[in-house]
Design a protein around this ligand. Structure first.
Ligand code: NDP
Length: 282
């Protein structure tokens, strides 16, 4: 498949930017250039040269989605617009790559496998679960379920580095566990599935490596960035958000099984290795 047959939506987000590096010759449109909630713009687009749509666009403000307006916005982008993209893909025989999340689960079962029943806790999680369902009606679909994404943009690693630069020793949640997923790894796995023509369906994609809490990860960030004078103190999710309004409930266990992905022959990189490289590049 030629890069020019790949159409990236939401091209300026963390994943969108990594995909642009993966596919330099692709058609890559940001929010300004194509708003996926604009049904007419989506319908009127000339799709005749497109073989794959990778939808990296999403309403990702998890807590923002808890407000009345945020909930509507999240559903418009993460669910209704995905339904429209699904129709386009069916009409033009295009494959759809949709990015889903650990937030479609309540975090009570682990590791999460691709056939776990949906059980979102939050408005964001519900809107993404609806997008998941909409995407799977496309005959040629890859639903990529990921967690804790780190790329170019606002993310946990940057937040911790920013605190460290200001000499702050943070208190960080220690009862949510998972693995980081670097946007480059996500783009690499998507490319692998597409280029190997893996069976269509749902695939979990995160980095590999030890399961860790946010506090564990913060400690690794401080270690790798050489802030040995600073400390990270553990707290619980409940304590961290106590007294704050509009906070979305979060799944406590985001351990995603990578067995299905690895059965395709793909080998996932360890998040600790990618974290070291990311910090050197920052
Ligand atoms: P980002 O928030 O970095 O990027 C999302 C992009 O979507 C932004 O560039 C945004 O543009 C764009 N966008 C929002 N609304 C629209 C719209 N109506 N039309 C077109 N573009 C729009 O997200 P990530 O790259 O981190 O996430 C990629 C995917 O991974 C998403 O599907 C997300 O749900 C999923 N995911 C993310 C996780 C994470 O930790 N970040 C964890 C698990 C899954 P603008 O900023 O201009 O509005």
């Amino acid at each position: 498949m030629k890069d020019s047959e790949i159409f990236i939506i939401g091209a300026n987000g963390q994943l969108g930017l990594a995909l642009q590096k993966q596919y330099p010759g692709s058609v890559a449109l940001d929010h300004q250039q194509l708003d996926i909630t604009d049904q007419k713009a989506v319908n009127d687009f000339d799709w005749s040269h497109t073989k794959v749509i990778i939808n990296a666009a999403a309403f990702t403000n998890v807590d923002g989605a808890e407000s009345a307006d945020g909930r509507k916005a999240a559903w418009r982008v993460n669910a209704t617009a995905v339904g429209q993209l699904a129709k386009i893909c069916i009409k033009h025989d295009i494959a759809l790559v949709y990015i889903s999340t650990d937030y479609i689960f309540d975090g009570q079962t682990a590791p999460h496998t691709e056939d776990e029943p949906l059980s979102p806790l939050s408005a964001y999680g519900a809107s993404k679960a609806a997008g998941d369902i909409a995407a799977c009606i496309v005959p040629k679909h890859y639903i990529i379920r990921t967690s804790w994404v780190v790329g170019e943009g606002k993310n946990f690693v940057r937040t911790m580095l920013n605190l460290a630069e200001r000499g702050i020793s943070p208190t960080v949640v220690a009862d949510q566990v998972g693995r980081l997923t670097f946007a480059n790894e996500l783009a690499r796995a998507i490319d692998y599935l597409l280029s190997q023509q893996a069976d269509y369906g749902i695939y979990n994609v995160t980095n590999n490596g030890p399961l860790a809490s946010w506090a564990d990860i913060a400690r690794k960030i401080f270690e790798f960035a050489d802030y040995t004078n600073l400390t990270v103190t553990d707290t619980t999710t409940a304590e961290y958000f106590a007294g704050k309004d509009g906070i979305a409930p979060r799944p406590l266990n985001s351990d995603m099984s990578l067995d299905k992905l690895h059965s395709t022959g793909f080998s996932s990189r360890d998040w600790l290795d990618e974290l070291k490289e990311y910090i050197i590049e920052e």
